[in-house]
Design a protein around this ligand. Structure first.
Ligand SMILES: NC(=O)c1ccc[n+]([C@@H]2O[C@H](COP(=O)([O-])OP(=O)(O)OC[C@H]3O[C@@H](n4cnc5c(N)ncnc54)[C@H](O)[C@@H]3O)[C@@H](O)[C@H]2O)c1
Length: 387
């Protein structure tokens, strides 16, 4: 096989972007064969924009149509694991939009179906293909910073207007989305944080609900994380700050790296600071190198990697077994905030599911949906790293 037949479920903002990339032949080895959306108005416009592509009204129908080898899932989050599981049970490869799901309790069943299918499963973590994050990952994993002591990420440039939240009935509600800035905007950053610095053993978090918007979920959050080696991490995010900040700083025993304003600055010590501290060595000298950002198109990079992995065995950039980690972190953060206590990585996943179900059941929030108030170019510009 050298051509993958692709179907996409959920053709809204991001699904349309993926559909256009494939339809226009920008992804080698992919052919757009089917699209599905539950919204009838949406399906009518798809039929005129993508002639010769089969249009379905449900993912179940598209999955069983025998017209595709692989599915891209770009529906609202709750449907991601449901559609992925169905696709594996029917012999398809899966590329899911982030997050992989809303809660981790049902991941075992999904991963079992994936393992049984022997198909490819990856998640759209497009920022993993950004040069600066790849370089940060290399520096930390090759030990250039020594042992990590601390990481601090202030990522408050996810600013959103009220009209953004009003632009879809599912957005920013417990029932439709299952969370706020941590579950919608931050999966990219939480994934990169754990990709570069590893998984924390415990988390304490404060999630501020409706801090700057009329919504039901959090739009501002602060996470304090502790790691097995005694390191600590702080992650601060918000959709309320204009202008916001995007600054990641990681300090180790042999140096520090800072990512901000399109630059990675690596400050290296000539020896491990603990050797200086104990008097074994002289005061270390300091050297500094700077790496600059480059233009990149992360979505197309991940699509191409997905195709290359299935067709030619290329290693996946964001395999599903890693993609679940950021969801574990956000679930721990919500649970910590709801219970006002520190949560360990061994947290009770069923308790999380039932507390979320209670929030949905007790919701008194009513949503006034408006037509989308932002342009496509505005929407596209969100995926830039936006230093
Ligand atoms: N990787 C990224 O950079 C990125 C960017 C934007 C959105 N996303 C993710 O993509 C997903 C969709 O976001 P969006 O902004 O495109 O939303 P959207 O509301 O614009 O589009 C969702 C579409 O899915 C359709 N839909 C809903 N339920 C469906 C179902 N069960 N089966 C088929 N179609 C269904 C809706 O009718 C709608 O057209 C979210 O999970 C979001 O987190 C990722």
């Amino acid at each position: 096989m050298n051509l993958l037949k692709i179907g996409i479920a959920g053709i809204g903002n991001i699904g349309t972007v993926h559909a256009r990339s494939i339809y226009n032949g920008e992804i080698k080895g992919m052919e757009l064969c089917a699209l599905c959306d539950t919204d009838e108005k949406r399906r009518r416009t798809l039929a005129s924009e993508f002639p010769n592509v089969k249009i379905f009204s449900s993912s179940e129908e598209m999955i069983r149509s025998k017209t595709i080898d692989a599915i891209i899932i770009s529906t609202p989050h709750y449907f991601h694991p449901i559609i992925a599981k169905d696709a594996f049970e029917n012999g398809l490869h899966v590329l899911s939009e982030k997050p992989i799901g809303v809660y981790t309790a049902d991941m075992d069943a999904l991963f079992d179906a994936w393992k049984k299918s022997k198909k490819t499963f990856c998640v759209m973590f497009n920022q993993r293909t950004n040069k600066l994050f790849k370089e940060a990952k290399r520096i930390v994993s090759e030990g250039e910073l020594g042992e990590i002591k601390r990481s601090v990420w202030i990522i408050t440039n996810w600013y959103r207007t009220q009209s953004y939240y009003d632009s879809g009935d599912w957005r920013a509600t417990w029932k439709g989305e299952g969370g706020g800035v941590l579950l919608n905007q931050c999966p990219h950053n939480l994934d990169l944080w754990q990709w570069i610095c590893g998984m924390p053993k415990s988390i304490y978090a404060i999630c501020k609900v409706a801090h700057g918007h009329n919504i039901e979920v959090e739009d501002d959050a602060t996470i304090y994380a502790e790691y097995e080696n005694g390191a600590s991490g702080v992650f601060i995010t918000s959709t309320c700050d204009y202008a916001g900040t995007n600054r990641l700083e990681i300090t180790g025993t042999k140096g520090r790296l800072v990512l901000e304003k399109g630059r990675l600055t690596l400050t290296k010590l000539s020896c491990d600071d603990r050797e200086f501290c104990t008097g074994e060595k002289e005061e270390p000298s300091i050297s500094e190198t700077v790496v600059y950002d480059e233009d990149y198109n992360g979505h197309k990079n991940i699509l191409q990697n997905f195709a290359n992995s299935i067709l030619y065995g290329e290693e996946l950039i964001a395999p599903a077994n890693e993609a679940i980690n950021e969801l574990l972190i956000s679930n721990m953060a919500y649970l910590s905030s709801w219970k006002n206590e520190k949560i360990t990585s061994q947290f009770d996943k069923e308790e999380y599911r039932s507390m979320l179900a209670e929030k949905i059941k007790n919701s008194a929030f009513s949503k006034k949906e408006t037509e989308k108030a932002f342009s496509e170019s505005e929407y596209l510009s969100r995926w830039k790293t936006k230093w």
